[in-house]
Design a protein around this ligand. Sequence first.
Ligand SMILES: Nc1ncnc2c1ncn2[C@@H]1O[C@H](COP(=O)(O)OP(=O)(O)OP(=O)(O)O)[C@@H](O)[C@H]1O
Ligand SMILES: [Mg+2]
Length: 212
Amino acid sequence: MIEFVHVYKSYDKNYILRDLTFNIYKGEFVFITGPSGAGKTTTLKLLTAIEKPTHGVVNVFSIGISDIKPKDIPFLRRKIGFVFQDFKLLPNRTIFQNISLSLEISGISSTVIANNVTNILKAVELYTKKDDYPLSLSGGEQQRVAIARALVLNPPVLMADEPTGNLDDNTAGIVIDILKSFNNKGTTVIVATHDKSLIDLGRARVIDITKN
Ligand SMILES: Nc1ncnc2c1ncn2[C@@H]1O[C@H](COP(=O)(O)OP(=O)(O)OP(=O)(O)O)[C@@H](O)[C@H]1O
Ligand SMILES: [Mg+2]
């Protein structure tokens, strides 16, 4: 489903990724790891066509990222839920509104939106906080809102960039359990992290982009 073949990526003249080759298969849970600056976020950006490879082939859902057509970009991004390292929640909107906003933009009816948002908030155990504002939530709760927002349209793939960066071990464990539960229901999950203890918690395949 996702294929990197001898991928090189440079910004200016410095190569960040060198000869990176891997596959990710439908239904997998994988970690992408490497030290800070190794290119984990860059790898996720290649998957969503935010960046293009300098050399080599990146294929996602059989779409070649190097020569992706503009009309295929929204199609690709609808299929991949993205959880950002810094959450990017809107502070002056409630939890419910933070999740419903992208659905409203897609022109989905308000009944369907209410149903979907309710279901996803229950799945991450935050339904009781639906009318609260992000800054009144703990870091782990905010992370779960970001995950709910990425998953509300039920994309086949979820990517999370350092999803437990600022969380203690216990809270990180809860976040990983939530990602695992969606993976068990069929979502392909890709987690970028430098955190070895998170990888130990997750017990899944590891792609080390520095050893490839
Ligand atoms: N848009 C850009 N222009 C120039 N250099 C960039 C750009 N984006 C990233 N880089 C550089 O590429 C390298 C890899 O960055 P990237 O964010 O992919 O690393 P990372 O593995 O995600 O690191 P971290 O663990 O700190 O998040 C870094 O040295 C960074 O400075
Ligand atoms: Mg990063």
